[in-house]
Unconditional design. Structure first.
Length: 398
């Protein structure tokens, strides 16, 4: 059976010239305009109980370009404009399949600035990337090399709120292959104090990346709050300073999570986690800052796609499973367990550390999936993850 290569996106920073920055900014604006126009047209048709598909919006785009009001759409490459119509089609497909909410309009100030180019919209030769409507290649900072012989199939250019420019190259990576199978399995308990507690007893401290820049961030936010409301230059500069601090924090957090998830995937064949409801947990004011800094959702996403790459298994135990109150030695369920109780003694005489016991209980519940199976997905739809411990009684047909 032929093996399929994994498609990976390699993201790099680049420094555009003034002309390139202006061209890309125009492209971002046109992409947003076309998306909103197409969404408005499809919404109006939806109100009339009609369906509009991608081909019809593509014909609309051709007509819009011929009008005097929207003639500026001809000044940028047509490839990103067509791609944003495909993205809108994918958004409606998810909506009709009940996987997502109804698509929303893109805001000029808040929406993500990006444009996607397919092979007809860029040229990649000798390690130099040149986009359509540009005479010079992008000055990319090649922080790592692309896979040998790789040719990008899609290029996405973006600018974050801190003003940094990025280019993402999607290409096949033949180096990503399933790892040799092992018999090791680990249960993982996430928490605000310790980022992770493993069933082996190992504790991984929460780096608290936000705490390092908390004073600088608070000062920058106070300065921003003093600026007059509107789109003035002073407020834009103050907003940019806040965004740069947030970007540094996010970069450190992402780097740490990448290293941690790669280690867990390489060392273990099966990884059992809990299907946490981050939104409900962060609603409590006390641990909300630590939980947000821990980035549990990002940790899970990274863990799942890397496990799928390397032939590992991630099992998500249902969030209502009483993992912290269940004795990992005898299986007795304790009556109550307030959050401030960190150690407790079971009736069998075993004294438990709350986090370690939770990780071991999760591991036992997750391994039960490989024996009896679990037919209920976790609360959040995840690729590659399985749900455990919440079984449903099959309905009998009348």
């Amino acid at each position: 059976m032929p093996t399929t290569c994994v498609k990976r996106a390699f993201k790099y920073r680049f420094h555009p010239t003034a002309a390139q920055a202006a061209e890309l900014s125009r492209t971002f604006g046109c992409v947003r305009k076309v998306y909103n126009l197409a969404l408005a047209a499809r919404t109006e048709a939806w109100a009339r109980q009609e369906r509009v598909n991608y081909n019809q919006t593509s014909a609309m785009l051709t007509a819009w370009k011929k009008t005097e009001e929207l003639a500026f759409l001809n000044d940028v490459s047509s490839v990103p404009l067509q791609q944003t119509l495909r993205h809108l089609q994918a958004a409606f497909t998810g909506f009709f399949a009940r996987r997502a909410k109804y698509p929303r309009f893109k805001s000029r100030k808040k929406s993500h600035k990006s444009a996607e180019y397919t092979t007809s919209g860029f040229r990649f030769r000798d390690g130099k990337l040149t986009l359509a409507k540009m005479a010079e290649p992008l000055a990319i900072v090649w922080s790592r090399s692309l896979p040998e012989g790789a040719t990008p199939s899609t290029v996405t250019v973006s600018q974050d709120s801190a003003g940094r420019w990025f280019v993402s190259l999607l290409c096949e990576d033949p180096s990503v292959k399933p790892l040799a199978a092992t018999d090791t399995a680990v249960g993982v308990d996430a928490g605000p104090d310790h980022l992770l507690t493993l069933s082996t007893g190992e504790r991984i401290a929460n780096p608290r990346h936000e705490r390092r820049d908390r004073v600088r961030l608070a000062r920058a936010q106070r300065e921003l709050s003093r600026k007059a409301q509107g789109d003035g230059a002073n407020r834009r500069r103050a907003r940019r300073r806040v965004a740069k601090i947030h970007a540094k924090i996010a970069d450190r957090r992402r780097d740490g999570l990448h290293k941690l998830t790669t280690r867990l995937v390489r060392e273990n064949q099966t990884i059992v986690i809990e299907d946490l409801s981050v939104r409900n947990t962060a609603g409590n004011r006390s641990p909300a800052r630590a939980i947000g800094d821990a980035a549990w959702s990002q940790f899970r996403s990274l863990l799942e796609y890397k496990a799928a790459w390397y032939g590992r298994e991630v099992i998500a135990v249902d969030r209502f499973f009483p993992s912290s109150r269940l004795c990992s030695a005898c299986g007795t369920l304790a009556d109550g367990m307030p959050p401030n109780v960190r150690t407790w003694t079971c009736g069998c005489g075993t004294t438990h550390d709350r986090d370690v016991n939770t990780a071991r209980t999760l591991l036992a519940a997750g391994l039960a999936v490989t024996v009896c199976g679990a037919g209920v997905r976790p609360q959040r739809s995840t690729p590659g993850g399985q749900s455990a411990t919440k079984q449903e009684t099959p309905r009998r047909e009348p």
